[in-house]
Design a protein around this ligand. Structure first.
Ligand code: PNS
Length: 159
């Protein structure tokens, strides 16, 4: 049986912290579907199509990873792909409250899907999409913190 996990997020933009979580997740399951959420409530900097493209390009060489955009419920996306798990990364204790609420709510929506947490590598515990956007918008260098397709898009924003 193929074990599939969904890795959901806004990915505005994807960072090397996200990439690290996905690579750790691949040790636990056979395939990962990365769900790029439309998440209009967060008013993303990059539109959905661009966020999806950056994720796809980042994992272009990894056949066990697929990236899709979604706008509905996460548990429904999990059903669509036959995923038994939701993968999330934890950086610091401050992530816990939000993650706990989300995992508990998703479990209420579907008891059969387990949320699995992995801890991102120490080097990336301070990396967040929000800081990447802020630093890049002020001309700071984030090239060691994001995948190459994101570096290109961030440069594009300033030109
Ligand atoms: O990494 P992020 O940006 O905090 O990801 C948030 C995300 C996309 C995982 C969350 O907003 C989500 O699951 N959205 C889909 C809608 C949904 O299922 N909501 C109920 C879960 S509490």
């Amino acid at each position: 049986m193929t074990r599939i996990a969904i890795y959901p997020g806004t990915f505005d933009p994807i960072t090397l912290g996200h990439v690290d979580v996905v690579l750790r997740g691949l040790k636990l399951v056979d395939r990962i579907v990365i769900g790029v959420a439309e998440n209009t409530a967060k008013r993303p900097l990059f539109d959905l199509q661009t966020r999806l493209e950056m994720v796809k390009e980042t994992f272009a060489d990894e056949s066990r990873i697929k990236a899709v955009a979604f706008s509905g419920l996460l548990v429904e996306l999990a059903h669509e792909f036959g995923a038994g798990a939701i993968l999330r990364g934890l950086r610091a204790a401050s992530d816990f409250e939000y993650e706990f609420q989300m995992a508990t709510m998703n479990r209420r929506l579907d008891e059969s899907i387990e949320t699995v947490f992995v801890m991102a590598r120490e080097d990336y515990t301070f990396v967040s999409s929000r800081f990447i956007r802020e630093i890049a918008s002020m001309g700071g260098d984030v090239s060691s913190l994001v995948p190459r397709p994101v570096v290109q898009r961030l440069h594009g924003l300033r030109n």
